[in-house]
Design a protein around this ligand. Structure first.
Ligand code: ADP
Length: 401
């Protein structure tokens, strides 16, 4: 199949006659009115559509500005050539260009979307409409071809399909993961609760009186059981939040009420480490729009961390304040602090500063990841400032009510 336009096969020679006929037909439709002149000007100058005319064998007779822009050939380079120049080699081998003309001739019109070739050999995705042109006796005198370049639209559609596929895959895997975690945590919690229950019974002396050594061992069992249960609960919580399975009941929450409720919960641990816990400034008017239970959970986590990472005799302070449209809740401690290089990492799941084989630390490294996820889901944020050695300040910011 010629791509340089030179007619090489017998049927092509016939085109000379048909082209003459076409020229005749065109003369018959030479614009006679101003409207027709404008119409022709439009076709010639429109840039978004390649509009050109073929003779009955597919040789190019006319070429507009859009065709030059979309396909890259100038009129003087392409007129007289065969239109199969726009097709890929494999399409030419399958006889696609001729077949398209046959369909258009038989049915009057042919439409297609597919790859076409530009002058520089690059491909573009085209919408092509071929319309058969017939003279007044009904004889086929040529074809009008209108081509649009839809490469960008196709790429955008493909990107959207790929994004949707990835999202569906991620959602399916996330559902599978949370289903697995939910199942595992249920399976683990049942025997753990049994361990806890029987330990409690033994400690209460429900069986036989205990020696102090037995009591000490049972206390250790109980602490480990509680620790394991907390880890499992954290894991389950985190997987639920990540899977978007947590609902948020947003309402005005006076932050002072949250502080008053949560502080007594950590008093025993604080007292055991001789830490002072005080609430500095917390005006009653500081009210956030948030889910109260989630704010309590975040504050409890921040206070537990402050206790865990502050040495004996240190101080922990809580404060709340308005900052424009935000309500802020702060927890500061005088503990070991966090190096600046870890300020982002500590909010990632399972990250614990200084964790190593020789440094076993309580906790899962999930508390801050959970807290920040919760804060962000309520349109808030959780941030840290710290001078290593001097302590850390965590700030929960939430939209004001
Ligand atoms: P966990 O407390 O279970 O280790 P978190 O996500 O709550 O997990 O905290 C992650 C890490 O951030 C902690 O292991 C610790 O290294 C650091 N961190 C958190 N709070 C403080 C704090 N108040 N002072 C110093 N380091 C802290």
């Amino acid at each position: 199949m010629p791509t340089d336009g030179a007619p090489s096969e017998a049927p092509r020679r016939k085109s000379v006659r048909d082209a003459a006929e076409f020229a005749h037909a065109r003369r018959a439709t030479t614009p006679t009115t101003e409207a027709e002149g404008l119409y022709r000007l439009l076709v010639e100058t429109v840039r978004d559509y390649a509009i050109f005319v073929l003779d009955p064998d597919g040789y190019i007779l006319s070429w507009n500005a859009g065709a030059e822009r979309i396909k890259g050939w100038r009129a003087d380079q392409i007129i007289g050539k065969h239109f199969s120049a726009f097709y890929r080699e494999e399409d030419i081998e399958r006889g696609k260009p001729d077949w398209e003309l046959e369909v258009a001739a038989e049915e009057g019109r042919f439409e297609d979307e597919g790859w076409r070739v530009r002058a520089d050999g690059s491909l573009f995705w085209a919408n092509v409409i071929i319309t058969a042109l017939r003279n007044e006796t009904g004889r086929l005198v040529g074809f009008a071809k209108v081509t649009r370049d839809l490469t960008e639209r196709r790429a955008a559609q493909e990107r959207a399909i790929e994004d949707a596929r990835r999202l569906a895959e991620a959602e399916a895997s996330s559902r599978a993961k949370s289903g697995f975690l939910a199942m595992m945590s249920h399976e683990l919690r049942t025997p753990l609760n049994a361990i806890g229950g029987y330990t409690e019974l033994l400690l209460l002396g429900a069986a036989d009186p205990l020696t102090s050594r037995q009591r000490e061992f049972l206390e250790r069992i109980r602490r480990s059981q509680q620790h394991l249960l907390a880890i499992i609960n954290d894991l389950l919580n985190f997987s639920r939040i990540e899977a978007g399975q947590v609902s948020y009941d947003l309402a005005p929450v006076p932050l002072r009420e949250v502080v008053t409720l949560v502080t007594p919960m950590i008093e025993p641990q604080a007292t055991a480490k001789r830490l002072s816990v005080r609430c500095d400034a917390c005006e009653p008017g500081v009210t956030a729009r948030a889910d109260r239970v989630k704010v309590e959970q975040i504050l409890l986590n921040l206070l537990s961390n402050a206790i865990k990472f502050t040495g004996e005799g240190g101080a922990i302070s809580i404060s709340c304040a308005m900052d424009g449209e935000r309500a802020l809740l702060r927890v500061s401690d005088t503990g070991q602090g966090i190096p600046a290089s870890d300020h982002e990492a500590i909010f990632e799941p399972f990250v614990q500063v200084g964790r190593g084989l020789t440094h076993v630390q309580e906790g899962t490294g999930l508390g801050l990841a959970i807290s920040r996820d919760l804060a962000r889901a309520m349109d808030g944020d959780l941030t840290v400032r710290s001078d290593p050695g001097k302590g850390a300040t965590f700030t929960l910011s939430l939209p004001a009510a």
